[in-house]
Design a protein around this ligand. Structure first.
Ligand code: NAP
Length: 282
């Protein structure tokens, strides 16, 4: 069994990105900039944003966090995004989710210039990804994709089962694997026999939010298992996969924590640099 060490792979990716940033600095006399809008004081959001900033600075990006209280008016956020869209020193814009109820998430996402959309949530990027065109790819599925490719470079004809159909994870993950010529099944809460679907899969990506849903007898021998889930339980943070038992069957598996999580942040940095590079050739 291969333990897919997301921490190590993410560290290697960050090292490559750091080198790339210093080359870009020499070539363009400037560095990519990431602006993050953080609304309210939800503890997990504060931690995510802090980690994003720390990693951005480590690879040499310019990082800017713009904080608002959770009473902020929607228009203030939309105006700020408009300002960042026009600011040439800003390569990527991220609005940390979730948003307070009075702010329309769709309006906010659609306000971000698709060329600065480091999260890949803008409908233009979603459409481009599903059409197989160049697009910004959401960070977590991009991270999962890189982990899978790290184990198996040729995915032609593999059967992939994605558990969960969120815009954030399941759907873009399916598009990425489809592009690699996998036969992809997207499952969800109304799927009739999830175990049978998983048992047929060479690759299982679980992005559900149910602690240890995926059991050992759901996974065929030699499958690759990617666990996106982050679930707080009495025994600490666990994934959507029962790691101890599934790891006995799988060919390769990501742990939680230390699997997909570190890749998500590394891919955010990668996307910021990608936005910068695209803006330089326009
Ligand atoms: P989400 O938006 O809540 O979507 C969950 C999906 O799981 C939905 O499509 C839902 O189906 C499906 N589902 C629920 N119960 C199911 C069941 N019994 N069988 C099969 N499918 C079921 O979740 P998300 O935002 O994608 O996040 C999923 C997990 O990933 C969470 O634990 C989250 O914390 C974690 N996460 C981790 C990272 C990271 O960096 N590692 C990043 C983002 C999220 P319906 O559509 O039918 O409701």
């Amino acid at each position: 069994m291969i333990l897919i060490d997301g921490k190590k792979i993410a560290a290697e990716l960050r090292k490559e990105l750091k080198e790339e940033v210093s080359n870009l600095k020499i070539k363009y006399k400037k560095v990519p900039g990431l602006s993050v809008i953080l609304i309210g004081d939800l503890a997990p959001s504060q931690i995510y944003v802090k980690n994003k900033e720390k990693s951005a600075i480590e690879v040499g990006l310019k990082s800017n966090i713009i904080k608002y209280p959770d009473t902020v008016k929607e228009k203030v956020i939309l105006d700020k995004i408009d300002e960042l869209n026009k600011d040439e020193t800003v390569s990527g814009i991220l609005v940390q989710l979730p948003l307070p109820n009075h702010i329309d998430k769709q309006k906010v996402i659609e306000m971000i210039d698709p060329l600065k959309d480091v999260d890949g949530f803008h409908p233009i990027n979603v459409g481009n990804l599903s059409s197989g065109y160049q697009s910004m790819i959401p960070c977590t599925p991009l991270g999962c994709y890189l982990l899978i490719k790290n184990i198996e470079s040729d995915l032609n004809g593999k059967k992939a089962v994605i558990i969960g159909r969120s815009n954030l994870n399941g759907k873009p993950m399916a598009q990425l694997l489809l592009k690699e010529n996998c036969t992809v099944t997207i499952t969800h809460s109304k799927t009739k026999d999830l175990k049978a679907e998983c048992l047929a899969a060479d690759i299982v990506v679980a992005a559900v939010g149910i602690p240890e849903l995926v059991k050992r007898d759901w996974i065929k021998k030699d499958a690759i298992v990617i666990d996106v889930g982050i679930n707080k339980t009495d025994k600490g943070i666990v994934g959507d996969v029962a790691f101890d038992e599934v790891s006995k069957n799988a060919k390769a598996i990501t742990p939680v924590p230390g699997g997909v999580g570190p890749m998500t942040i590394a891919c955010l940095l990668k996307n910021t640099i990608e936005c910068f590079k695209r803006s330089q050739v326009l």
